[in-house]
Ligand binder design. Structure first.
Ligand code: ARG
Length: 457
């Protein structure tokens, strides 16, 4: 028996029931469902629909169910179709026929949307703190690795030297945007569907949805009952947030994987964050980073799943909407693991500054050579080609830029003078990038300060 099939001629086909039932996944909305019901019961009481004593018995019954859930004593029955019917069934067992009054003026359509949003708000808070943990780990790296100069790459070719701290902070800022986006998702989730009924609004005009919203921690009731039961924008926004965060994490993971290779050797992962090979005894593999990179693909898939479900639907409620939860739950579960793992990995990795230093190629100062000529009044386009010729000349002589004697410079262009040699200094090159946002130590120090401030908020 279901809660709705008293007038059915036969019971539901077994496999159809399996297709229909959402309990296997929506049971994780149990606490939210009970909280929503307690608030709904008090709204029914304030609206003059439930007597004082009835309210007290319903709330006592629901509180007992909450205890059972929290202590893992709640047992589901095969007839439970979803979390809402399971809790209503149990309430009937605990307080008797009075339980049947709780669903007055309410539909599972506004109920499930409310539960899901409540869950979403809590999940956003939890994931925000995990995300902050990762941002702190990046900030800590930027502080610990202060002074290390890293080859900056574009196209995976050495481009210009940067402070390693600057590079860590680049990842920090991407995550800061993710954090702000997550806050917006939470804000958008905080609109209350309850009191919208199945689609047309609750049949009881004395229900005060504003008080209900406040009581459940929502900022306001959804202003349109049809929209209220079908709006899953908050879930789609959450999944976009997760997918983009996944892309950011994948980008970081990809670079770190490369930096752990023997060829680079820039970093060494702590053993706690590596795995071995079942065949090759010498191997230490960065599997966690590879999985983080792969999870971004999984997260993008979840977003696509939900958008595709939503795409074909008319407005109001359709059962398709039941399938909105698994991708969201799975994305949240994935990130709840990935974020702390990556934080731990960052907190424990070792920087091999000697290797990083050895890898720096002096040709990365070519831009500074061009800028030097610009300061002597030569147009940048011309300066660019002169600098390129200097790099070529040094290479053909088997020398680094730093080893190239002054007469060789002057053979390429007479504007070069003795002072060009003092230019060939990494710190000098960094110092030049002192404008806001650049890699000069002073600018990066300011950036660190700013990063600490935004994170403290
Ligand atoms: N389990 C359903 C869901 O998750 C609850 C709503 C059912 N509503 C209905 N009209 N059948 O969407």
């Amino acid at each position: 028996m279901k809660l709705w099939n008293a007038h059915w001629s036969t019971s539901m086909d077994e496999l159809t029931a399996r297709l229909n039932d959402s309990l296997p996944f929506d049971q994780r909305l149990a606490i939210q469902d009970v909280r929503g019901s307690i608030a709904w019961a008090s709204a029914l009481h304030k609206a003059g629909i439930l007597q004082e004593g009835e309210l007290a018995r319903i709330v006592a019954g629901l509180s007992q169910i909450l205890d059972e859930l929290e202590e893992g004593r709640f047992t589901f029955q095969p007839s439970d179709e979803d979390i809402h019917t399971a809790i209503e069934r149990r309430l009937g067992e605990v307080i008797g026929a009075l339980a049947g009054k709780l669903h007055t003026g309410r539909s599972r359509n506004d109920q499930v949307a409310t539960d899901f949003r409540l869950w979403m708000m809590e999940t956003c808070d939890q994931l925000e703190s995990a995300l902050c943990g990762l941002q702190k780990a990046l900030l800590a790296r930027a502080e610990t690795d202060w002074g290390v100069i890293l080859p900056g790459y574009t196209h995976f070719q050495q481009a210009q030297p940067v402070l390693l701290s600057h590079w860590w902070l680049a990842h920090f800022w991407a995550l800061e945007r993710d954090r702000q986006r997550l806050k917006a998702v939470r804000e958008h989730s905080a609109m209350l569907p309850l009191g919208s009924g199945a689609l047309a609004g609750t049949g009881f005009a004395t229900i005060d949805r504003f008080t209900l919203a406040e009581q459940l921690g929502f900022s306001a009731p959804v202003p349109n009952s049809i929209d209220a039961v079908c709006d899953r924008d908050f879930a789609a926004e959450f999944l976009f947030w997760a997918a983009l965060l996944g892309v950011h994490l994948s980008r970081l993971a990809e670079a770190l994987i490369l930096y752990t290779t023997r060829e680079f050797g820039f970093i060494t992962l702590d053993d706690a964050y590596t795995t071995g090979s079942s065949l090759m005894p010498q191997k230490k593999n960065p599997d966690p980073l590879e999985l983080i990179r792969a999870k971004s693909g999984v997260l993008i898939g979840k977003l696509t799943t939900l958008l595709t479900i939503l795409k074909g639907l008319p407005s109001a409620y359709d059962k398709d909407l039941q399938e909105d939860k698994p991708p969201v739950f799975e994305a949240a579960d994935t990130l709840a693991v990935v974020l702390p793992v990556l934080s731990g990995l960052l907190n424990t990795l070792k920087i091999n500054s000697e290797r990083i230093h050895q890898s720096l190629d002096w040709s990365m100062l070519a831009t500074d050579v061009a800028d030097y000529l610009v300061e002597k009044g030569i147009p940048f386009r011309q300066a660019h080609s002169v600098a390129a010729r200097v790099v070529q000349r040094a290479a053909s002589l088997g020398l680094s830029l730093r080893e190239l004697p002054l007469d060789e410079w002057r053979a390429v262009h007479p504007a070069f003078e003795q002072d060009v040699l003092s230019l060939l200094d990494l710190s000098h090159c960094l110092d030049r990038r002192a404008a806001f946002g650049g890699t000069a130590p002073g600018a990066v120090r300011k950036q660190l300060e700013l990063a600490r401030t935004v994170l403290a908020d």
